[in-house]
Ligand binder design. Structure first.
Ligand SMILES: C[S@@+](CC[C@H](N)C(=O)[O-])C[C@H]1O[C@@H](n2cnc3c(N)ncnc32)[C@H](O)[C@@H]1O
Length: 312
């Protein structure tokens, strides 16, 4: 295992703009690259969340280097309001999310994310809930096809689901290598160089971890927790994630017409936090970063800031 090279860490932390005395959430601690940068940028406190117990265990040494400033919480960022309430935190100066899986997870065959090496068909970032094998062996064929199509944009979803249904009747599909071989049997490699299993593995991973539901819950909760001038920064890696982030930020920053100040809805609107978009268009990684870290290729960063409450 080679560790995880953080993607767009500089840009993310610059948009987060940590201040001395501020309280921040790194909702995707991973290898701790973002947290380390935030802690180095200001005399602030970081609450770092990760659903993967291995990531939390790995963070102990970074926490020891910043006594009282880095706190690690194992849990899902979609539950951040409750996780933080448990430790007495109800207001934040910033939240950062670097979505998806880490290289630690991807490169460890035992985690079952990779079609390149054989391992148990697991794909859970955390340690509970159904595995990819549970879904592959138990979901009705039609539901499997829907998963592959919706979360993987796999146009051969029906044929792949049919092949899986046939194979699992012979014996349960429990390894990444067998699943990848079934998919490659339906879709032979083409000239693109992209493994035919790529889209199906992405789809199953998103389903197993309810990744899109988690993002929706996290964005809504982060916006609720932000104090005035607090910032939310999100780095997304594929269009399904980025679409949710983009739409949420457009809605939160009032891309919909504001009601008149004499309209009763306008009075109500005074109670609702207001935000401004910091990234009118997604920020992309530079050529140099993509050259050293191909995983950065598809990254898109978006950010917003909560405005003050006072209305004229
Ligand atoms: C791309 S890595 C983050 C890397 C990190 N920024 C760094 O610099 O090392 C994503 C991490 O977020 C975690 N994660 C993904 N979805 C999560 C969720 N819903 N709740 C909590 N952690 C999650 C994964 O377990 C993984 O460790």
């Amino acid at each position: 295992m080679t560790g995880h090279i953080p993607v767009m860490a500089e840009a993310a932390v610059t948009h987060l703009a940590p201040r001395d005395g501020g309280v921040y959430v790194d909702g995707t601690f991973g290898g701790g690259g973002y947290s380390a940068l935030i802690l180095g940028r200001a005399a602030c406190t970081v609450w770092a969340i990760d659903r993967d117990p291995a990531a939390i265990a790995r963070g102990a040494s970074l926490a020891a280097r910043h006594p009282g400033r880095l706190h690690l919480i194992q849990g899902q960022f979609g539950d951040m309001v409750d996780l933080l309430a448990d430790v007495g935190v109800t207001s934040l100066d910033g939240v950062v999310l670097d979505l998806g899986v880490s290289s630690y997870q991807l490169d460890d065959p035992a985690r079952g994310f990779s079609f390149r090496s054989d391992g148990p068909l697991d794909m859970r970032m955390g340690n509970h809930g159904p595995t990819a094998a549970d879904i592959v062996n138990q979901a009705p064929e039609q539901e499997l096809a829907d998963i592959l199509y919706t979360f993987g944009d796999e146009r051969a979803s029906r044929r792949i689901a049919r092949a899986i249904a046939t194979e699992r009747r012979a014996s349960p599909i429990t390894t990444t290598a067998r699943l990848a071989a079934i998919i490659r049997g339906v879709l032979p490699p083409d000239r693109s160089g992209i493994d035919p299993a790529t889209r199906s593995f992405q789809a199953l991973r998103i389903k197993v971890n309810d990744e899109l539901g988690e993002i929706e819950r996290a964005l809504e909760q982060a916006a609720r927790l932000l104090a005035p001038a607090g910032r939310l920064v999100v780095v997304a890696f594929h269009s399904l994630e980025d679409r949710i982030v983009k739409r949420f930020m457009a809605d939160a920053t009032g891309r919909t017409p504001a009601p008149s100040r004499y309209d009763p809805r306008g009075l109500l609107a005074r109670e609702v936090p207001r935000f401004r978009l910091l990234t009118p268009r997604a920020v992309r990684p530079g050529v140099a970063e993509v050259a050293v870290n191909p995983r950065a290729r598809s990254a898109r960063l978006r950010a917003l800031e909560r405005l003050g409450d006072a209305l004229p």
